[in-house]
Every structure is written in C-alpha cells, then in structure tokens.
Design a protein around this ligand. Structure first.
Ligand SMILES: [Zn+2]
Length: 182
C-alpha cells in the first residue's frame, strides 16, 4: 500500500515560531500567537497544567511573555499589541529591574487607556531569528523540576536578548512613553 502525501504518524513538524521540531499534531492553536499545534499544547500544559512540573523560580512569571514574543505570528493589530505588551513586560523586569511578580501590572499598564487611542501606539517590528535558540521543548526535556526552571530562566533571558539586540531603542522609547508616565 502506498502512502499518500507527506503526512504520516510520528512525522515531525517545525514550529514556525520557535523552530522546535515536534511530532505533528492536529489540534487548536492560538488566534494570533504563531505556534504549531504541538508547540502550543506543550506550552499550555507547562504553564497552566503544571506538566511537567517546574521548580519555583522568579523568571517563571515571564514564561508567557517570552513565549508570546518568540511566536509573533503575522502582522495584525492583535499581534502588534501582543508583542508590545509582552516585550515591554520583559523590558521592565530585565532592563529596568522591576520585580518579576509585577509582570501582570506591566502587561496591563502597557495597554491602559491613556488619552488617545491604543491603535497606532505601537508598530510591527521584524522579529529576530530564533534559529538554534532555546524553546519550550528544551524546558520540557530537562530531567527535573529544578533543571526545567533553570532552562526556563535561560529561555526567558535568551528570547529577550535576541529581541533587544535589534529593537532595544524602540522598546526604550515605548517604555518611556507608555509605561512610565502617570
Ligand atoms: Zn514554538
């Protein structure tokens, strides 16, 4: 019997966000976060299901932010806002020294009503290449909760530094204009 097409059980699919090669999965994906179904499932299980468990660590609070800006999807108003929210949250903690548990405050702060419309506050930035970078699959593959938390911390800082390299000046302006003032 001949197999049709190229889809076969156990075949690997490359996530177009992070580049992780994971077994092809036919499942739901996020509306504007650009991840393969398999990568998205891995992430939601890790973040919301506690599976596999992560040891407590401060940077765990930023996993969502790192994942969102590693999986930017295609340009759209939602994707632009998502990158701004999550990148400026990482900026606040990793560049300006806010406590990681202020991540939620930062996320809300970025999009708070502030006179004028939120539309047009931010623009699409070309994402960096994540070739060879850590992924959620790297975190999950580590053997113990402590090892996974350690990889998760490196994942957060690596995703941020890849974005910061080309775009730090833009994030600095955005942070100054939209996060700092009252
Ligand atoms: Zn991915």
């Amino acid at each position: 019997m001949q197999r049709r097409g190229s889809v076969s059980p156990g075949e690997l699919e490359t996530c177009y966000g992070c580049g992780a090669a994971l077994p092809t999965l036919d499942g739901p994906t996020h509306r504007y976060i650009g991840a393969s179904a398999a990568c998205w499932v891995l992430f939601t299980k890790l973040l919301h299901g506690g599976e596999p468990p992560l040891a407590l660590a401060p940077l765990n609070a930023l996993l969502l932010d790192a994942y969102a800006i590693q999986h930017t999807g295609t340009p759209s108003p939602q994707a632009i806002q998502s990158v701004a929210v999550h990148a400026l949250t990482l900026f606040g903690v990793l560049e300006r020294g806010l406590a990681p548990d202020q991540a939620l405050w930062l996320r809300q702060r970025v999009v708070r009503p502030q006179g004028g419309t939120r539309r047009g506050r931010f623009r699409w930035l070309t994402p960096p290449s994540f070739a060879g970078s850590l992924t959620v699959a790297s975190i999950v593959a580590a053997p113990t909760p402590a090892a996974r938390a350690e990889v998760a911390g490196r994942y957060v800082t690596q995703v941020w530094s890849l974005w910061a390299k080309p775009h730090l000046p833009t994030f600095t302006v955005w942070y100054t204009n939209f996060v700092v003032p009252d």
